[in-house]
Ligand binder design. Structure first.
Ligand code: 4AD
Ligand code: MG
Length: 464
């Protein structure tokens, strides 16, 4: 008998077989009833909605029915009929049930409902089976798809930067080393590790950003984007940091900072609109369960222009704020999340794009302004999140770029391949990086970044 996915049955009621006899397969979410009739809610992951299966107890062996518990996996064949009950349009009258896999009621961790997100993090390998994580991971898929669609429709090319790299793109020194050296017996030369003996014959790490190689793509194909995992060994145990996170990095030849800001704003608004248009069942669930201003907040971002502001003006606003901050602010200090959130949530009540940051607190590749102390950086700040995007116009002047590298302690000879973009046919260009999980935090309304990636990596945690 033909198997149907539950999403199809519920959303497209017309599409059935002549006599409406069919099979569904999925996991038991709840089971209730009495000695005559049992109702089983079954979910196959295709949608947040469950299909109700109605079991006439007289037609089955009672001992067999006892084996159907929350978490068990079933194949049910029967007739799909309109439902009289509240909460569903159709239900299935079961003719036959096969149990693919039982789930022992004593030991199955998701037997009861209403577990805390903290508890579910301890069983990250099972949490996708809950309503909440089903919703989040369907949303995650939809956003990934929308990202590719957005760029493809705009004529960008998907570019694959390497994950193993010999350069520190952000210059922050927070990299995970990649090595095959025997850690018990590390080869030495002149009192230092001899990396010439290592797999690549030099020191290598996991990338913190695909940008530098992305720039090479943009200087040939015009407009590219990367979308892949990035790795940071910073010891940040916060609800907004992961050690392994996904980043989207568009890079465009001939774009200045203004074009870059316009793209970033349009891109984020497109993604949020896409979510509202295509994932409403899941978003409504998250709105109702966790954060009842979620939908309103998503609409607000689409409907309002982001505020654009120079770093200097932001510092002035923060300095005259009545609120006491944990970290003091002054020209030249890196803004902390508390400052970013004050600007967005309290002062402007709107997403903000901050530009023209002090040169000293930003990466070496950012284009220097004529004032000799700021760079053409842009950070997009969001409510509840803080920084969601970081980007800049790039320094296209070879001399200035080399001088800046030396200032921050990068040997230009080590990055000769990068400097070739400036040496041969240099051009104004810009780009930015959107943290995929930070976007998902915003779209799902979740408050901890560990809850929007299937297998979170953070300090002292790589279990599953
Ligand atoms: O601001 P970042 O460090 O910028 C770059 O890496 C540039 N190369 C981007 C570019 O211009 N192509 O990181 C970009 C974004 C941040 O705004 C934030 O959303 C996210 O990446 N991010 C993290 N997300 C989760 N966990 C972390 N540890 C993150 N660090 C940065
Ligand atoms: Mg940043």
């Amino acid at each position: 008998m033909k198997r149907f996915e539950i999403k199809l049955l519920i959303d497209k009621y017309a599409l059935h077989t002549d006599d409406n006899k069919m099979c569904v397969k999925g996991w038991v979410r709840t089971k209730r009833g009495n000695k005559n009739v049992i109702f089983i809610a079954i979910n196959d992951g295709s949608t947040i909605k469950n299909l109700q299966v109605v079991v006439d107890v007289a037609k089955f062996d009672e001992e067999f029915l006892k084996n159907i518990t929350t978490g068990a996996c079933l194949c049910v064949c029967g007739q799909l009929v309109e439902s009289m009950g509240k909460g569903q349009c159709v239900e299935m009258l079961a003719d036959s049930i096969e149990i693919y896999g039982m789930a022992d009621a004593e030991t199955y961790p998701l037997q009861k409902k209403g577990h805390s997100l903290e508890f579910l993090r301890e069983i990250a390998h099972l949490r996708p089976r809950t309503n909440t994580f089903g919703a989040i991971f369907r949303l995650r898929h939809a956003m990934a798809f929308a990202i590719h669609k957005y760029f493809n429709d705009k004529g960008f090319f998907y570019w694959h930067s390497p994950l193993i790299t010999a350069s520190d793109a952000e210059g922050a020194g927070e990299m995970f080393r990649v090595t095959t050296l025997d850690l018990q017996n590390i080869p030495q030369r002149d009192g230092k590790v001899d990396f010439s003996e290592d797999f690549f014959g030099r020191e290598t790490s996991l990338t913190v950003s695909g940008q530098l190689e992305g720039e090479l793509g943009a200087m040939a194909l015009g407009k590219i984007y990367t979308f892949g995992p990035t790795f940071r060994a910073e010891n940040s145990n916060t609800p907004r940091h992961l050690s392994e996170f996904w980043m989207i990095e568009p890079e465009m030849a001939f774009y200045d900072l203004e074009d870059n800001m316009n793209l970033a704003e349009d891109f984020i608004k497109y993604l949020i609109s896409y979510a509202l248009e295509n994932c409403m069942d899941d978003i409504r669930f998250l709105n109702d369960m966790y954060d009842n201003s979620l939908i309103e907040r998503l609409r607000f971002v689409i409907d309002n222009q982001f505020i654009r502001l120079r770093y200097e003006e932001a510092v002035n606003i923060l300095q005259s704020a009545k609120q006491k901050f944990e970290f003091p602010v002054g020209w030249g200090t890196d803004l902390q999340s508390e400052h970013e959130r004050y600007l967005v949530e309290k002062h402007f009540k709107c997403p903000v794009i901050l530009i023209d940051y002090p040169r000293e607190i930003k990466a070496f590749y950012m284009k220097q302004n004529d004032d000799n102390r700021t760079v053409r950086a842009m950070d997009v700040l969001f409510p509840a999140i803080g920084e969601i995007i970081g980007g800049s116009q790039r320094e296209d002047d070879m001399t200035k770029l080399v001088a800046r590298m030396k200032e921050v302690g990068i040997d230009p000879a080590d990055m000769d391949w990068y400097l070739d973009t400036r040496r041969f046919g240099s051009a104004p260009h810009s780009g930015f990086g959107l943290g995929f999980e930070r976007l998902l935090l915003f779209v799902s309304g979740m408050s901890n970044i560990r809850d929007v990636i299937p297998f979170p990596r953070f300090p002292k945690n790589a279990t599953f």
